[in-house]
Write a new protein. Structure first.
Lengths: 115, 158
């Protein structure tokens, strides 16, 4: 439970930044080096590296180990959890509440007919 | 468990066209609860609800073809009649023994227990209902495959 909450918090705080989301969007097209990732931004390489570190700690990207050319690539597994939250459970509860509405209507109509 | 910040909770708000007393009974009376709780097409052959603090619940959801049953249990931790209720929810077997998420096919590290909070507000004949579901695990087995399918679209919107 605690570990799970922590992972979600880390994921969300990593996503709470426009530059980092843009980096992820770029990596969704394929792996890229730090230099390539830095290109679209008016930012120093160290600043971009810092964002990459945050994404790496959140498990959202992995960086290759080859010394010179260390391409970054996307790891979507932390996002699966986010998707589960927002996408999976809302429709389940919405559908249940639709059924509650229907059931209450039936109950109320029945009571009215009984009177 | 108690901290339900909106980042890690599923929050659903709804106005129900019924007095708050009736909506309260939808959650606390088994004969009402079993008429709406299951996913579409599922039946609820078992709903035991002991609506008092520390009281337990035991639910069974049965798939439309009758081949799959999903049991869950938990405990009421807060009950303020017509206003607020909180209960925990965990997968279990038909005897109410907790089952590990791994036994249900979930990946390592998933929580066994989630928390369901329901807050009701009397709008004079109608009722505002706010549901907060915290610590939700992966849930249905097909949740993962659906989530993976959605990945492409999700990442594209980041």
């Amino acid at each position: 439970m605690i570990n799970n909450d922590d992972q979600l918090s880390i994921t969300f705080s990593a996503l709470a930044n426009g530059t980092r989301r843009a980096i992820l969007a770029r990596l969704a097209e394929g792996e890229a080096t730090v230099n390539e990732l830095a290109e679209p931004f008016q930012m120093s390489l160290p600043a971009i590296s810092k964002h990459i570190k945050v994404l790496e700690r959140a498990g959202l990207i992995v960086q290759g180990q080859k010394a010179q050319y260390r391409p970054c690539s996307l790891d979507v597994s932390p996002l699966v959890e986010v998707a589960n939250w927002t996408d999976q459970y809302r429709p389940i509860w919405e559908a249940r509440f639709d059924q509650m509405d229907t059931y209450i209507n039936e109950l109320t109509n029945k009571e009215n007919n009984d009177e | 468990m108690s901290d339900s910040n909106s980042n890690d909770a599923c929050v659903v708000e709804r106005v129900i066209d019924a007095p708050v007393e009736l909506v309260w009974q939808m959650w606390t009376k088994a004969e009402h609860f079993k008429n709406w709780y299951g996913p579409m097409g599922f039946s609820i052959p078992v709903a035991e609800i002991d609506a008092q603090i520390g009281g337990k619940h035991l639910f069974c959801m049965k798939s439309p073809d009758g081949n799959m049953t999903m049991w869950s249990t938990g405990e009421f931790t807060e009950l303020v009649p017509n206003q607020r209720l909180v209960y925990t929810d965990s997968p279990c077997d038909a005897e109410g023994n907790l089952m590990s998420p791994q036994a249900m096919g979930m990946p390592e590290g998933y929580p066994t227990t989630t928390e369901v909070k329901v807050e009701l507000e009397d709008l004079g004949g109608k009722t505002k209902m706010v549901l907060t579901h915290t610590g939700v695990p992966a849930g249905a087995a097909d949740g993962w495959s659906q989530a993976f399918e959605k990945m492409g679209a999700l990442v594209a919107t980041l």
